[in-house]
Design a protein around this ligand. Structure first.
Ligand SMILES: *Cc1c(COP(=O)(O)O)cnc(C)c1O
Length: 452
């Protein structure tokens, strides 16, 4: 038996912080392995900090989500939201599972093409598509989701010049009972703007209106909002059928399903409060099936889920740099990762577990990152066993929006490692170095020399 850890007793000032119904106890056991691979080994081989992604978990999440929809509705297609995590190896896992690509910039569009996605299976969303971007998408027969009238007119002009039809959908925004309404993207439903866009597209010579799209928000906790959205898109599709005799091929309900992370300020942990994908599937499919489509005219249902499919497949491993006492007596622990690479710590109380055995002494503490910036706080108050310099930790559910929104600020970005379904590790994105960063810079000759 290994010797138990001893902690010197300390007198603690009582900080009456927010309690939840579990009191302030720490509920975590050490997490020493991820998918059977030792955290210590991972850090030894790939450095600290580093991101780790479980391929097994991604495939499991994806298959469960697809099953939830396909058991309820005959025609379902997922399209991977590139901005959620566009590391190519990650995208390709989704593509191997059968997912199309959903992109919101020409950079993401090119990435999908380079990953080998057939251009006809790329959905091009977003408010910023240049004339050249639109031209490429039209020539490639990609699905162009029009965001605003200026884009519609530009596309009308472009397709007329090219004498080539564009496969288009419009993005629709609407009141789903969730406020504030996300009305900055697409055409508004209630005001008649969306119908107005439809009439212009139907009158255009070089448009084929293939779909209707919405993406009503992100980390949505209300399944009913999706029922409302599905109902409004269905009504629009049926109105187009009535007015023009035109069948809409697909309804795209976007993404936005929540992962099981805990939002800051939430009373209960996310895992206890977040509806499962099946509940969203039930709300959406029941609504479409009851909307009044003839059975053989039911539209394809497209989902663009991002965070719910990847968040819990991602981990961030890191180490303790130091401990200190703040002037008010609180314990502060400084980690080697900060908001620079863990952007989602602005929204979530990420679960953090020690990666080695610990003593039974615990304390409320602030977790700081390594940046020389006051904003670099990972957790404002978390009850953890006492951590010491060199101790390692695992941050959970970081797969969504961190490996795309991270920034190279003060520190360089670390490696991303994939654990495949056999438990073998692969570097899927290397760490930055001074060379990779300097490669983009140029110093004019006259600034090359100085004397101090
Ligand atoms: C970001 C985004 C998604 C994915 O959203 P999640 O909340 O991660 O599921 C899907 N569709 C569009 C248009 C988006 O902008």
């Amino acid at each position: 038996m290994t010797k138990l850890k001893y902690e010197r007793p300390v007198i603690k000032r009582l900080n009456a912080g927010l309690m939840n119904k579990f009191g302030t106890r720490t509920e975590y056991a050490p997490v020493t392995h991820i998918e059977g691979v030792s955290v210590r080994e991972l850090i030894r081989n790939y450095g600290s900090p580093c991101f780790v992604i479980s391929e097994k978990q991604i495939r499991k999440n994806y298959q469960q989500a697809v099953r939830a929809f396909k058991t309820r509705y005959p025609k379902v297609q997922f399209a991977w939201s590139y901005k959620t995590n566009y590391i190519s190896a990650v995208c390709n896992i989704f593509h191997q599972e059968g997912s199309w690509a959903e992109v919101v910039s020409i950079f993401e569009y090119q990435k999908a093409i380079q990953n080998g996605v057939p251009p006809t299976k790329i959905i091009f969303n977003g408010p910023d598509k240049s004339n050249a971007d639109l031209k490429l998408a039209v020539e490639n027969n990609s699905l162009i989701h029009i965001d605003h009238f200026d884009e519609l007119y530009e596309l009308a002009e472009l397709t007329t010049q090219l004498k080539k039809k564009a496969r288009v959908a419009i993005r629709v925004n609407m009141d789903t009972g969730i406020y504030p309404i996300w009305d900055r993207f697409g055409f508004n439903y209630e005001s008649g703007q969306a119908w107005n866009a439809v009439t212009k597209i139907m009158a255009g010579e070089y448009f084929e209106l293939v779909g209707l799209h919405c993406h009503i928000g992100t980390f949505m906790l209300s399944t009913n909002a999706y029922a409302v959205a599905a109902s409004k898109l269905s009504e629009l599709a049926l109105a187009i059928r009535n007015q023009y005799g035109k069948l809409i091929q697909y309804l795209d309900l976007g993404g936005g399903f929540p992962s099981t992370n805990t939002l800051k300020g939430a009373y209960l942990p996310g895992a206890d409060t977040v509806p499962p994908v099946a509940d969203f599937a039930e709300a959406i499919t029941t609504t479409i099936l009851n909307a009044g489509f003839k059975t053989d005219e039911l539209p394809l249902l497209i989902l663009e889920s991002g965070r719910v499919l990847i968040d819990d497949a991602g981990y961030l491993l890191g180490s303790v740099i130091a401990n200190k006492r703040l002037s008010d007596g609180r314990r502060a622990t400084i980690m080697d990762f900060g908001v620079n690479i863990l952007f989602t710590s602005f929204w979530y109380d990420h679960k953090i577990t020690p990666a080695q055995e610990f003593s039974h002494q615990n304390e409320d503490m602030v977790l700081f990152g390594p940046l020389c910036m006051n904003i670099d706080v990972i957790r404002e108050s978390v009850n953890l066993p006492l951590l010491h310099k060199g101790d390692q930790v695992v941050v959970h559910k970081v797969g969504a929006y961190n490996m795309t929104q991270w920034m190279q600020f003060i520190q360089m970005r670390p490696k991303v490692v994939l654990i495949d379904s056999q438990g073998i590790t692969h570097v899927i994105r290397n760490n930055e170095t001074i060379e990779t960063i300097e490669a983009l810079e140029q110093v004019p000759d006259y600034l090359k020399k100085f004397q101090l």
